[in-house]
Ligand binder design. Structure first.
Ligand SMILES: [Zn+2]
Length: 895
């Protein structure tokens, strides 16, 4: 069999009626409505949109009940109707139903549910009839028929394959043949056509392909998926870092590792051995996400994580069980001891409506082995070793670049997020700090809300974190490095640094004692910079900063992109000298001093996704080529005063004496009553992070030789950036581009597109699908220009029934070049003429042109013709964005 041997499967029949009978019985009870209900496989394809599946009032994900098609908000109770909600619900429903098909087949094969195999067979018969009727079009991220993204189809297909195998073993050979021909083979070809590199999603594509090629008997394709550039071994040895953590952070770790579980088992069953290092990383991957959990047993909401996800959910207990099924690990038994603690109240586990491996988080609940899934029914140990909880200690994940200081038996938690930038799901929050005292979150990372809501830009800004900004800008994507980390009797510390601007080295040092945290930000560079630290839910004590506030003026245009657009009630305050006292969440008291005067921005900013109402924000800024900002934060009443000197920090603790902190070389020294204790643990090795996974082949340096004017080119197959259809399948769209000079600094660009259906969208149309400009999904032209100091990027949208072309600026590009444009229809398409007035003295202009094209009946564009080349690329998720390095260089001089 695909996942385990026939004899091992046979043995599970005994265990399913033995120690794991409560689990088998629970799955069987939940399956009864499927057994008796004669369910129908949906006719329509699932759709992702801005509104579908979310509460219009508070953004909460709507309830999913497989037997109740209503759309209800679990937070406010509002009920919604409409196609957007119906079609988003299909996403959950299709995954749920596929998993139920597997449950039926498996419980049948294990002798638990007598009707199981025939129920599964009836559903598989419907899938064989229906799969090819779902349109492979209008997808968000990769080709798919039932869904809108490839990885979802991969998760779905895995369920179908495993169910088909069980049904075939039970004798339904002819049906299995139909499912192979009409679902598994075409779906596998579709998945194989879309390689997602080192993304967490690729893990699922790989798992589905291994299962499919194995079932279809294609051993060459199977081996290619194991050994390929984004195959099993590549994922295990580079996306899974040496410390066993996935490079995209906890949230994606948990998702990716569930997929790796399939991939590793399928690989091993296929007779291919993994290396010791690959196996070790995989095993460490079961334990690594538990090493960083907060005192309330939620994951830190790093990067694009959902906010405050509790470990007390069935899939995390299952991950421990599946790890223990392979090898003994006290880290996992310690976690299970907490998760299976009978003193914890039981709540809803969500299993009845679970959508296969796409999680829907539920509130923390008490758990037992009966709450697990079919995977445990096949793999969990017959009996567990003794479970003993352990005190949580400080942890360092050196390749992830995340350190956690824990004190007071794990109740105090301070973390420094310094290392790997995290790729596309990473946030620009190097040197971010999270601080918690038991259940009280004092400094928190808000994670990310909805990917299709504008608030995404806030949660992905540096300003939304407790991380430093340089010159008022969101950080660029960089990796940081550890400087030191050690636990001592009186204090624990961690220090790290990152080059947040060229030549500017910023370090952050946290020193945690039982009563307070010392937080030092220091920087050195060769130019003057402004360093800012945001503090959320924090206000200055009355009278502590000047009253001469004035409304903020947008003196720095970069603020627009740095999250500042989301703050309200903002006031700039005059400079402060000396230590400023602050009050934060849960009454935490702060003292902030710096080597130079501090200026302040006091404002309101969005809260985390589960409570987005505005809350206080204080941003402290200091200027200089080098400097230091020191904060001391205390949750106890013991600290009475703080003084920040040039080389020392003095903490007055009333009758309990004074602590003096200072540095001695690379060590941190705490002096109490004249007695020095020092912390060292200086890092020797820089973490071995991986190269950015997102780099695109064509995002290379521009051509070295200038292109001369006049210029003309016909864009065709080698310029086509596709979605579902290849260039021939899309009807061979072409665009003829000509560029010539009218005068020295005036050039004319002509774009003649044919064939084209001239499906222009209104330039001011609202986009119900996502955050992008609506007009990209119709026929339109994107033009990007840079000449000298000036640049411009626009989406050019013809207006039907006139010669007008609407010019929509593209975010991140300036609008500093005069553009004059018009359009006219042609016999089988349209022609657009654009005149650009360039800065007069320039000898070169950088330019790229992208032609969006679509077809009747589509909701999203079909593809783009890209002047700088597009072969092998996909148009998904690109919106109107374009990499500046892609622009081609043209000479404005006479040939
Ligand atoms: Zn609501």
């Amino acid at each position: 069999m695909l996942l385990l041997s026939a004899s091992a499967f046979h043995d599970r029949r005994r265990i399913a009626s033995g120690t794991l009978a409560p689990l088998a019985d629970g799955l069987r009870a939940e399956l009864q409505p499927v057994v008796t209900g004669a369910l129908e496989v949906p006719h329509e394809k699932a759709m992702l949109s801005r509104r579908g599946g979310r509460c219009a009032r508070d953004g909460t994900l709507l309830d999913f009940d497989p037997f109740d098609p209503r759309h209800r908000c679990p937070r406010c109770g509002t009920e919604f109707t409409g196609e957007e909600h119906d079609r988003f619900r299909l996403y959950w429903y299709q995954l749920w139903l596929a998993e139920r098909t597997l449950h039926a087949a498996m419980l049948g094969a294990l002798g638990v549910e007598p009707a199981g195999v025939s129920v599964a067979a009836a559903l598989l018969e419907q899938y064989a009839e229906r799969y090819l009727r779902y349109p492979n079009a209008d997808n968000v991220l990769g080709p798919s028929r039932p869904f809108f993204s490839t990885y979802l189809e991969s998760i779905w297909l895995l369920q179908i394959i495993l169910a088909t195998e069980l049904v075939e073993t039970a004798g339904a050979g002819a049906l299995a043949g139909r499912v192979r021909d009409r679902v598994i083979a075409p779906s596998a070809r579709l998945i194989a056509s879309y390689d997602e590199g080192m993304s967490n999603r690729q893990v699922w594509n790989v798992a589905a392909l291994l299962a499919a090629w194995s079932m279809l008997g294609d051993s060459a394709s199977f081996e290619a998926v194991v050994h390929g550039a984004s195959g099993v071994r590549a994922l295990l040895s580079s996306a899974l870092l040496p410390d066993g953590s996935w490079y995209e952070g906890e949230n994606y770790h948990l998702f990716a590792h569930r997929g790796l579980w399939y991939a590793v088992h399928l690989t091993e069953r296929g007779g291919i051995s993994l290396t010791d290092d690959e196996r070790r990383r995989f095993h460490d991957g079961f334990a690594s996400p538990f090493r960083t959990v907060m005192p309330d047993l939620t994951y830190p909401s790093r990067r694009d994580s959902q906010f405050r996800v509790s470990v007390r959910q069935p899939r995390f207990a299952e991950s421990c069980e599946l790890g223990l099924a392979r090898t003994d690990d006290v880290r996992l038994t310690a976690v299970l001891a907490r998760l299976y603690d009978r003193a914890v109240a039981r709540g809803e586990t969500g299993r009845r409506g679970a959508s296969a491996d796409v999680e829907r988080n539920v509130a923390a609940t008490g758990l037992s082995r009966a709450d697990l899934s079919w995977r445990s029914l096949l793999f969990a140990r017959e009996t567990l070793p003794p479970l003993a909880a352990a005190t949580m200690r400080s942890e360092l994940l050196p390749s992830q670049g995340f350190g956690v200081l824990r004190r007071r038996a794990g109740q105090l938690y301070a973390s420094l997020d310094y290392g790997h930038s995290g790729g596309g799901h990473g946030h620009p929050d190097r040197l971010n700090v999270i601080l918690a005292n038991g259940d009280d979150r004092l400094f928190d990372d808000p994670g990310t809300g909805s990917y299709v809501d504008p608030s995404l830009h806030w949660y992905r800004s540096t300003l939304a974190h407790f991380a430093p900004l340089v010159d008022g800008c969101t950080q660029s994507s960089v990796h940081g490095a550890l400087l030191a980390q050690q636990d001592g009797d009186i204090a624990s510390w961690i220090a790290a640094q990152a080059e947040l601007a060229p030549g500017l080295h910023v370090s952050r040092t946290l020193v945690l004692t039982d009563d307070y945290l010392v937080d030092e930000l220091a920087w050195t560079g060769d130019e003057n910079h402004e360093l800012s630290l945001p503090f959320h839910d924090v206000v200055p004590e009355p009278g502590h900063i000047g009253d001469d506030h004035s409304g903020m003026n947008a003196e720095n245009r970069h603020h627009r992109d740095a999250g500042f657009g989301f703050i309200t009630d903002h006031h700039r305050h005059g400079e402060t000298h000396g230590v400023v006292r602050l009050i934060g969440a849960h009454g935490v008291r702060g003292w902030l001093g710096a080597s130079t005067p501090l200026s302040w921005l006091i404002a309101k900013a969005p809260g985390p996704p589960d409570a987005p109402a505005a809350r206080p924000l204080a941003v402290a800024s200091a200027r200089g080529m080098a400097g230091r900002m020191v904060g001391v934060w205390s949750w106890s009443r013991i600290v009475t005063d703080v003084r920040v000197g040039e080389t020392s920090i003095t903490i007055e603790r009333g009758a309990r004496g004074t602590h003096i902190h200072s540095r001695d070389g690379q060590e941190w020294v705490t002096t109490i009553d004249g007695v020095r204790s020092s912390l060292a643990g200086v890092a020797e090795v820089r973490p071995g992070w991986m190269p950015e996974a997102g780099a695109r082949r064509n995002d290379a340096a521009p051509a070295t030789r200038d292109i001369l004017l006049p210029f003309s080119a016909v864009l065709g197959e080698s310029h086509y950036r596709r979605s579902e259809q290849s260039w021939p399948e899309a009807g061979e769209p072409r665009a003829e581009i000509t560029i010539h000079r009218i005068r020295r600094a005036l050039i004319r660009v002509t774009v003649a597109v044919a064939p084209s259906h001239r499906l222009f969208m209104a330039h001011d149309a609202a986009n119900p699908l996502d955050n992008e400009q609506a007009a990209i999904n119709g026929d339109s032209v994107q033009l990007f220009v840079r000449s000298g100091e000036r640049s411009g990027g626009w989406l050019l949208v013809p207006e039907r029934d006139s010669a007008t072309v609407h010019r929509l600026p593209v975010e991140g590009w300036d609008d500093e070049i005069d553009v004059d444009s018009r359009w006219a229809p042609t016999a089988d398409g349209y022609r657009m003429i654009v005149e650009l007035a360039l800065p007069p003295a320039e000898a070169t202009v950088y330019l790229d042109i992208l032609v969006n094209e679509t077809a009747p009946g589509r909701a999203r564009r079909r593809g783009q013709l890209v002047l700088s080349g597009g072969a092998g690329e996909f148009v998904y998720l690109r919106g109107d964005r374009h990499h500046p390095a892609r622009l081609l260089r043209f000479s404005l001089l006479d040939a």
